[in-house]
Design a binder for this molecule. Structure first.
Ligand SMILES: Nc1ncnc2c1ncn2[C@@H]1O[C@H](COP(=O)(O)OP(=O)(O)OP(=O)(O)O)[C@@H](O)[C@H]1O
Ligand SMILES: [Mg+2]
Length: 268
């Protein structure tokens, strides 16, 4: 078991936290389409299988250094969550290389390991153990996590009864207290209500230190611009742009307007 001292391991600002090279991820899903009479006759005797192949990531190369707050933007289905899953080690890439410098256990993807059938309390333990904390360390931090989440008695209810905002609250609270070296936040900030959103934004700002790398996926472009010092824009699994938040966000907005898909300034 990895001890909490690993979390306090000092990473120098500017040293490499995450490096991905020529990353590719292809999902192959067999589709259980309800056969129509026509298709059944057409595929009669051939046992035709329907498969859907999606190239979620295509030749993505990216370095993330300690001290960086990296924002990831792009339209629905662009591959943002897929990239986060690969970096977290949840999904192996189909192609390419991924390096995580620092202990992988310090890389905590919000709520990814939560079990819906278990209570919030049990999931705090699951999440903490997954992040490399010992049971004693979680015991010591449990109250702080529960308090930060402000879930009250719901902490002892099964997580399947949670609203998406409550789910995000607990996930964020575990991360906020654990203080990992590399923190990935995929959309959790946008599900909370105004009160929790402000509180978690403040916490994110506190976590923005030289020896930590933050990766933030969001459609809330103003938040990304406010928090990040670097932004990448993904589209159809490809890296479209990387650099200064204001410039990359402007390019993305323009692209979305060209596609006539943008309906509002925020939450594109
Ligand atoms: N488990 C999966 N099995 C099959 N296809 C998947 C799976 N997860 C994602 N995909 C596909 O991969 C592509 C990228 O999805 P992904 O979830 O990474 O997008 P995203 O950028 O996070 O979108 P959003 O903004 O909606 O969260 C989509 O075409 C999606 O349908
Ligand atoms: Mg996503």
């Amino acid at each position: 078991m990895i001890s909490l001292s690993d979390f306090n391991h000092q990473h120098t600002q500017g040293s490499l936290a995450v490096s991905v090279q020529n990353l590719g991820l292809t999902y192959t899903t067999s589709i259980d389409k309800k056969p129509t009479l026509k298709s059944r006759i057409k595929s009669l005797g051939r046992g035709k299988k329907h498969t859907r192949i999606v190239q979620a990531l295509n030749g993505v190369s990216l370095d993330v250094h300690y001290g960086t707050v990296l924002g990831i933007i792009g339209s629905n289905g662009a591959g943002k969550s897929s990239l986060m899953r690969v970096i977290s080690g949840i999904v192996p890439p189909t192609q390419g290389r991924i390096e995580v410098h620092g202990s992988v256990s310090t890389l905590l993807a919000l709520g990814v390991g939560f079990n819906q059938a278990m209570t919030g309390r049990e999931n705090v333990y699951l999440g903490g153990l997954a992040a490399g904390m010992s049971r004693a360390e979680i015991d010591a931090n449990f109250q702080a996590i529960a308090d930060f989440s402000e879930l009250g008695e719901a902490i002892d209810a099964p997580m399947r009864t949670y609203s998406s905002g409550m789910f995000a609250r607990l996930a964020f609270s575990v991360a906020a207290v654990v203080e990992p070296d590399i923190l990935i936040v995929d959309e959790a900030l946008s599900t909370g209500d105004a009160h929790f959103k402000a509180k978690s934004l403040n916490r994110m700002k506190e976590l923005r230190t030289a020896d930590r790398a933050l990766i933030l996926v969001s459609h809330a472009l103003a938040t990304i611009e406010d928090l990040c010092n670097e932004v990448i824009w993904l589209d159809k699994g490809k890296l479209m742009a990387r650099g200064n938040p204001t410039e990359v966000i402007a390019a993305y907005r323009e692209f979305m307007n060209v596609r006539k898909s943008a309906s509002s300034d925020e939450d594109v």
